[in-house]
Design a protein around this ligand. Structure first.
Ligand SMILES: NC(=O)c1ccc[n+]([C@@H]2O[C@H](COP(=O)([O-])OP(=O)(O)OC[C@H]3O[C@@H](n4cnc5c(N)ncnc54)[C@H](OP(=O)(O)O)[C@@H]3O)[C@@H](O)[C@H]2O)c1
Length: 229
């Protein structure tokens, strides 16, 4: 049984991860910014006999993260999934005003937030703990499209940030990766996406289970393949 911590666990891929880890008997700490918002998560917790608990954590409210992590108790952290994300501004910012507040939110939630969450839980990690950070194919230099400036910049920053963190934690045996979860049918991915949240979560769980310290710092796809930087 693993102790699994998931930000953004109320819907989308985070919820599917919570459901699947609960199904195999893991202890799930579901971290959400509004503990009442997700009926599906509440039902999962209510039927879990205490194996799934829901805790408040707003990954964009950086100052609140240490206390939010402490409020989850003192259990060890075997797996931390940094899932929470937003699209950032989606308009063409070469033709409209740049939405700097949207940029700040993108970088808070998807760059600074994952670092703050990792740091807050670090004292409860051990050799073999795994930190899985949700990046995107838009972070890669091989992504052929323009647009989504804040989002792609934030995810690229996350990749490089977490490579540095992985290097610094290697001696402690803590494994840190980034991944592209696939193009997934969620509020973010939209209905035309290629895979379901369940398929994405299933692939990510298998990848996570097989990770070793030799993988730390790398960028993966949801199906276990390496992703180009
Ligand atoms: N879907 C895709 O095709 C795709 C592709 C590449 C990468 N990704 C990445 O995969 C991750 C999950 O995406 P998804 O498709 O599952 O998205 P989603 O369905 O839109 O869910 C986003 C999740 O992030 C949470 N969140 C947003 N801001 C937050 C904050 N300040 N504090 C805490 N939680 C916050 C949301 O919580 P609320 O319910 O409170 O809003 C929600 O649970 C994201 O990092 C995304 O960038 C997704």
């Amino acid at each position: 049984m693993l102790n699994v911590y998931i930000t953004g666990a109320g819907r989308g891929i985070g919820l599917a991860l919570a459901q699947q880890h609960a199904q195999v008997g893991d202890r799930v700490f579901a971290l959400v910014r509004d503990t009442k918002k997700s009926d599906e998560l509440s039902q999962l917790a209510d039927g879990s006999g205490g194996k799934v608990t829901v805790h408040r954590m707003d990954t964009g409210d950086l100052a609140s993260i240490p206390d939010a992590a402490a409020a989850t108790g003192s259990d060890s952290v075997d797996v931390l999934y940094n899932v929470a994300g937003n699209t950032g501004p989606t308009n063409n910012e070469l033709e409209t005003d740049i939405d700097w507040d949207g940029w700040d939110s993108a970088f808070d939630v998807m760059v600074k937030g994952p670092l703050a969450v990792l740091k807050a839980f670090l004292p409860r990690m051990h050799e073999g703990s795994k930190v899985v950070n949700f990046s995107s194919q838009l972070a890669s230099s091989t992504w052929p499209m323009g647009g989504y400036y804040a989002y792609s910049a934030a995810k690229a920053a996350l990749n490089r940030l977490m490579r540095s963190v992985a290097i610094d934690l290697k001696d402690q045996g803590i494994i840190v990766i980034t991944l592209h979860p696939g193009w997934v049918k969620t509020a973010m991915g939209g209905p035309n996406a290629e895979i379901t949240p369940e398929e994405s979560a299933s692939g990510i769980r298998a990848l996570t289970q097989d990770l070793s310290i030799a993988d730390s710092g790398d960028f993966f796809k949801w199906n276990g393949e390496h992703h180009a930087w």
